[in-house]
Write a protein that binds this ligand. Structure first.
Ligand code: MN
Length: 262
């Protein structure tokens, strides 16, 4: 009699025939957060305050208080993050059904374009070309835009200039294609947002946020290690913290990929 499915999965993880890839940056005070124009409120960087360290403040224990935004570090965007998703049901992180947090993922490699053009656009024809190589993007799939942007650090990560940040992202047509023609689960990037640095100049502004969240889809940003994922065939685990009415959350994002012997 064959092993049960979940027993097989546990065995495969233990013996390395299914590998786990961590797509998360370490929460660190030095990791950049998005910077908005000065007339708007700003997102907090990660901060850690020591409460005790096996000392007079707590002789047998060490612990910290944390300060951070819902959108600090590697994080999840819920539909309520954007005005287009404001009135959708179950639009906050605490209300999303847990089944949504585990699903298939495809990775679209944009590294060549992003290396040549800091404002590289993921277009609908680029996605069609990708599909002609790897097959149609399945319904309910996460789509990740690989740019290797996660290998940048410090000032190069936000890449701020006089006219604002410069980093790659999808066009409005590309995002609409993924939602309307492919019914994806969500869209993820290695940059600080799901939109391009200059995404405010599209119509509508910040089209990934506008269209994804208006359609009840999710976002992931500040992802890392996308170079370790296959284009298709992986499973993504992305479960935000259960924050009441939360519009997003830092989280540990992991992928299950086929290991060496499969
Ligand atoms: Mn966000």
């Amino acid at each position: 009699m064959s092993m049960k499915l979940l027993t097989k999965l546990a065995t495969a993880i233990a013996d390395g025939s299914v590998k786990i890839v961590d797509l998360t940056h370490t929460l660190d005070p030095d990791f950049p957060v998005i910077i908005l124009p000065p007339e708007f409120n700003q997102c907090a960087r990660f901060r850690m305050e020591e409460l005790s360290a096996y000392d007079h403040r707590g002789p047998a224990w060490k612990w910290h208080n944390l300060t951070l935004s819902e959108h600090t570090g590697t994080h999840f965007d819920a539909p309520s993050h954007w005005i287009s998703g404001r009135d959708l049901p179950d639009n906050s992180v605490d209300a999303i059904a847990p089944e949504q947090f585990i699903g298939p993922v495809v990775v679209i490699d944009c590294t060549l374009g992003a290396a040549m053009d800091e404002d590289f656009e993921l277009t609908a024809p680029f996605i069609s070309d990708w599909e002609s190589n790897y097959g149609k993007i399945p319904n309910g799939c996460w789509v990740l835009m690989r740019t290797d942007w996660s290998k940048k650090s410090g000032r190069n990560y936000l890449n701020m200039r006089e006219d604002g940040p410069h980093s790659p992202g999808p066009t409005p047509e590309a995002i609409r294609f993924l939602i309307e023609e492919r019914d994806i689960r969500g869209f993820g990037t290695e940059t600080v947002g799901t939109d391009a640095g200059q995404g405010g100049h599209y119509n509508p502004p910040y089209p990934a946020h506008y269209f994804l969240h208006g359609a009840g889809k999710y976002g992931l940003q500040c992802l890392a290690n996308l170079d370790q994922l296959p284009p298709t065939g992986a499973i993504l685990l992305a479960a935000p913290l259960k924050i009441k009415d939360g519009t997003g959350s830092p989280l540990r994002v992991m992928a299950m990929i086929p290991g060496g012997n499969t």
